[in-house]
Write a protein that binds this ligand. Structure first.
Ligand code: ATP
Ligand code: MG
Length: 439
């Protein structure tokens, strides 16, 4: 495939000075070097780029020789990370089409999935193997020239997301491009060009062959990019959510509460990001998996299992099922379990044990989770408000609050004659048995 190249003189602002330095140094060493991808796209849209990528005709080894503070990393492709303090500029060597490259460097599965893609190429072939036209604009910050092989600039102007080449083939090569389509359309408020959108509904299943670790990374980009709400709607529109959260997706429409929980976690995440507050994937996963968790507990109780056992079994099975789709590092599954475990304590406020809950390192997240449940329509007798007051009260006031709770709870309790038989267990869906120790 050949394409017409058009050059434009453009002076781009908001570029990383380090990305410019990388281009300068490579050009001084005799190589071609351009800023490409999101850095150029977002600068043209006058948005703040997340990171900067540089494309060059130097091989990774040659790039290494130009920058002392650099290293080659070999995920799916060999790329070089050039470090400037906390900023990393990713430098990739022009890649070619796998069809024209040396056969042993590119490997494709029977479904068309690109298994290995390390064929070097020239600038034009590099542009054509990129995903969307708006991501294939090259900027030379020294001559201030924008190079466009795929009419990406026109698409930026008309806010159109268009895949390069045949959409089905490109999604088969790398199904993650479908998630990227949903993400960019949502984040940039671009419309998907019809031929780019059309195959997604029928090819979503190809995502089931993508390694769980890569899908976890994609979920982070989808949910933590500042546009979780729009992205979630876009994922649902293209029927992709079910390939990321197969347990939760069919339950979302089951109740208003379920819909609300998911909507609220997206809205709150976006808001926190806007306010520069910390967001953790543990919270987001805890919300999405809360739906199948409750359904599974209900199912096990109906089978006659005791609440504590049902809860532990459900936590284990919901997490292990999710792990077959997206990995979730232990540093996130452990807080998820704590958030879930603390729900019963926060909802029931069991007297003096409230102090222990407040000390728990995951109190804050669990409290936010309780508020989310209340906002979504659950009623815990004002527990959310109570905890809001309790956590900021001085010790004396906290004591008074807990004592008031005790009298309130004792006076609310129905008087029972002492029984010799063991009392029946509470069959509510939440209990306070500790979570199992491992995944
Ligand atoms: P952002 O960093 O804001 O999420 P980006 O477009 O920079 O967006 P990156 O994942 O950083 O996305 O990738 C950099 C560039 O590499 C993209 O702009 C695109 O040109 C190319 N690229 C990334 N992933 C793919 C893919 N799966 N298939 C083809 N090209 C890709
Ligand atoms: Mg980027």
């Amino acid at each position: 495939m050949t394409a017409t190249r058009s050059d434009h003189h453009v002076s781009l602002h908001g570029l990383s000075p380090n990305a410019v330095k990388v281009c300068q140094s490579l050009q001084q060493a005799g190589y071609q070097a351009y800023i490409v991808g999101g850095g150029v796209r977002d600068s043209l849209l006058e948005a703040k780029p997340k990171d900067f990528d540089v494309a060059t005709d130097a091989t990774p080894e040659q790039v290494r020789q130009v920058f002392r503070s650099s290293r080659i990393i070999g995920r799916r492709f060999k790329i070089v990370h050039v470090r400037f303090g906390r900023e990393i500029i990713e430098v990739t060597t022009f890649r070619g089409s796998h069809q024209t490259g040396k056969p042993h460097n590119a490997v494709q599965s029977e479904q068309g999935l690109l298994l290995r893609d390390n064929v070097y190429g020239d600038l034009e072939s590099d542009a054509l193997r990129r995903d969307f036209t708006i991501n294939a604009l090259y900027y030379d910050p020294i001559s201030e020239t924008l190079i466009d092989f795929t009419h990406g600039l026109e698409d930026i102007k008309s806010r159109t997301l268009r895949i390069i080449g045949n959409a089905s083939d490109r999604y088969r090569e790398d199904p993650v491009r479908m998630l990227r389509a949903a993400r960019f359309a949502a984040k940039l408020a671009f419309k998907l060009e019809p031929a780019t959108a059309q195959p997604i509904l029928s090819l979503g299943e190809l995502l089931d062959h993508i390694p769980a670790a890569r899908l976890f990374e994609e979920v982070l980009k989808l949910m933590l990019g500042g546009s979780a709400t729009a992205t979630y709607n876009s994922l649902r529109e293209y029927n992709l959510l079910t390939h990321l959260f197969p347990g939760a997706t069919p339950l979302i429409n089951d109740s208003e509460f379920n819909q609300k929980m998911i909507e609220l976690v997206c809205v709150n995440t976006d808001k926190r990001i806007r306010q520069g507050k910390r967001v953790t994937p543990a919270f987001i996963f805890a919300v999405f998996l809360w739906l199948p968790l409750q359904a599974e507990i209900k199912r096990l109780l109906a089978e006659g299992m005791k609440i504590g056992d049902a809860r532990n079994a459900a936590v284990a099975s919901v997490i292990s099922q999710q792990l077959t789709r997206t990995s979730i590092p232990k540093r996130f599954t452990l807080p998820m379990r704590d958030i879930w475990y603390l729900q019963h304590v926060l909802a029931t406020r069991p007297g003096k044990r409230c102090f222990g809950a407040l000390e728990h390192q995951r109190f804050r997240a669990a409290y936010d989770f309780l508020l989310l449940r209340e906002d979504a329509g659950e009623d815990f007798n004002g527990a959310g408000r109570w905890w809001t007051e309790f956590q900021f009260a001085d010790e004396a006031h906290q004591q008074t609050m807990v004592e008031a709770l005790n009298t309130q709870q004792t006076s609310n309790k129905p008087k029972r004659k002492p029984r010799r038989r063991k009392p029946k267990k509470d069959h509510s869906t939440h209990d306070n048995s500790p979570p199992p120790a491992s995944d």
